[in-house]
Structure formats: C-alpha cells, structure tokens
Design a protein around this ligand. Structure first.
Ligand code: NAP
Length: 290
C-alpha cells in the first residue's frame, strides 16, 4: 500500500472495533481500483462520538462507518441525513460534504444487494423477522419499502416487537407488519416464507444456540437469512437446510454495505468480479476455506 501526501483516510468508529472486517473490504477495493485511500478502525467511546465526528472533519477524513453502539447517536452530529437512514433512525456511513458529513444507512441496501445476489426476493413475500433490535428494526423498514406482502415480527420481548411494528406501519401508512410471539411463530397461516434471523442468538462462541428450534416453523421456511456470519453456518441455517430450505448468512450483507459506502465515498461502481474478489479476501481473513 502506497501512503503519500495525497492519501485520503476513511475509518470505522465503534466500540469494540478490534474484530472488524471492514478494513479488509475497503483496503482491498482501494488496491483493486488503484485509489489512494486507506481505511482504519477507530475505537470511540459513546461520550466521544461528537468530538470524533468533528475531529474527523477537521482532519479531512473522506468518510466514516459507524457501528455498534453509535449508529443512532451519530445522527445529531451530522450536517445532513439521507431519507432512508432518517426513517430507520440509524446511520452506518458518513460521507464528507461541505461543512460536515451526510449520513446514510448502507446496511439495508447491503442486505438487499446480498439477497439479490442469491436470487432471494422480498417483493410479494411473507417475511418473518426473528428479533426486534436495531438490525431487525431496519430490516422491517426494508421489507415494507420492498413491497413484502406481510411482515411478522417475533421477539423474546414482545413489547419491543410491538414498538417496531407500530413505527414501521405508521411510517408507511400500512398495517402489514404484525407481531407474533416466538412460540406462535409456527402458527403463521402462510407457507413458503422468507425468515430473516436478526437476533444475536447463535453468534460465536455460542454456535449451538438458536432462537427457535420449532420443527413446524422450519417446515414453512423456503428461505432463511441469518444476519450472523460468524459462525459461517449458524444452527438456524442448518435447521433451514435440514428442512429443505435455502439458507444464507450475513457475510454478503457486510460485504455490500461496505461496497455501497465505498461507492459513495469515491464516486465509483464496483463490478461483480471486484465484489467477488473482496468476498474471497474476507473469507480468507475469517479462515474460511472456499
Ligand atoms: P440488538 O439491537 O442488541 O438486538 C438483539 C436482538 O437479539 C433482540 O431482538 C434481542 O431480543 C435478541 N436476543 C438477544 N439475546 C437473546 C436470547 N438469549 N434469546 C432470545 N432473543 C435474544 O442487536 P442488533 O444490532 O439488532 O444485531 C443483531 C444481530 O445482527 C447481531 O448478531 C449482529 O451481529 C447482526 N448484524 C449483522 C450485520 C451484517 O452486516 N451481517 C449487520 C448488523 C447486525 P430482546 O429484544 O428480547 O432483548
């Protein structure tokens, strides 16, 4: 990597940041495209978000990603916020504009692009969201914006699911988002559903955990998407596959949220070959054999 007087810097603010794969994504893209940009992680505590954003602007940083726990907190320190990100209430990408940064949410379009790359659609589908945290909330917005037929949200804490459903329904003037208890998820009348696993259950090192193991539910799932990518195959994905469904993990979502951010920062379009190359590098960094 060539670092000189013209090198631009982008970075990730979060806490923790040590295990991030984002430098692999962005530095590989810069290498592939011959763009003089370097991407580094910055450990930022919650009380330092404002000074981190202001400091980044003062230091002429081209852009930043924000991750847990700063995706909502960063918003009030931005010059402008994209409509989708505003609606979702979470920003993961900051793009330098005159006087500050404009916030975007590339997580959701990243998930959409990842699903499209596996020929998994949302349009006209019945979607079951497992979870009602930050990720599930954003996915619920995505599903309605992408014309899902119906969206069910099941969560351990039912009140949180209710809140998300109310917000999304109100935001789109619809009532297609429904709440269901985890125990009742299998009673959904529709078959051939798309289930998106948005809880942190099953995340390494707790690889054997799964948010539900209800056989009747898995028989209804034609496609299961787990936002988790470590482990590479979660127990949720195994159960989907054992019952004849197609399953994918969250690694491509991570890849494409990064690619969309990179495109915004550098005004470029990443080709499929370039995306495939970055995915290969991410898998290498995770120690996953092709
Ligand atoms: P979050 O806001 O902390 O939400 C966590 C969710 O998991 C909540 O619905 C919570 O239920 C549920 N949960 C946690 N422990 C549980 C348990 N023992 N039993 C049942 N439910 C439990 O987290 P988040 O930001 O939404 O992230 C969720 C997952 O998505 C994480 O694994 C994260 O790594 C992944 N993610 C991946 C990507 C990607 O690029 N692939 C991007 C974003 C997030 P309660 O409401 O009842 O607590």
């Amino acid at each position: 990597m060539r670092i000189d007087g013209k090198t631009r810097t982008c970075g990730l603010i979060g806490c923790p940041v040590e295990h991030t794969l984002s430098p692999v994504i962005h530095n590989t893209l810069s290498e592939l495209l011959g763009i003089n940009m370097v991407y580094v992680p910055f450990l930022v505590e919650s009380e330092a978000v404002k000074s981190a954003v202001e400091g980044a602007y003062a230091l002429n940083l081209l852009g930043m990603n924000a991750t847990v726990p700063h995706k909502a907190a960063v918003i009030e320190h931005l010059k402008d916020v994209d409509d989708l990100a505003k609606r979702i209430g979470a920003v993961n990408t900051l793009v330098r504009v005159s006087g500050g940064y404009k916030g975007y949410n590339t997580d959701m379009n990243g998930l959409l692009r990842a699903m499209q790359s596996e020929q998994v659609g949302i349009d006209g589908e019945t979607v079951l969201l497992l979870g009602a945290g930050g990720a599930a909330r954003a996915v619920a917005f995505l599903c309605v914006s992408q014309n899902a037929k119906k969206v069910y949200i099941a969560n351990r804490t039912l009140e949180k699911a209710q809140l998300v459903a109310e917000e999304v329904n109100a935001s789109f003037g619809t009532d297609i988002v429904k709440v269901i208890t985890m125990d009742d998820a299998a009673k959904i009348p529709e078959n051939d559903i798309v289930a998106i696993q948005c809880t942190s259950v099953g995340l390494a090192p707790n690889n054997d955990d799964v948010v539900t193991s209800d056989e009747t539910l898995y028989q209804k799932i034609k496609t299961g998407v787990d936002l988790i990518y470590n482990p590479y195959e979660t127990r949720f994905m195994k159960l989907v596959r054992e019952h004849g469904g197609f399953a994918m993990n969250g690694l491509k979502m991570l890849l494409y949220q990064g690619i969309i951010a990179y495109e915004l920062w550098n005004q470029v379009s990443i080709t499929q070959d370039q995306a495939d190359h970055v995915l290969k590098k991410m898998k290498e960094a995770m120690g996953i054999a092709e």
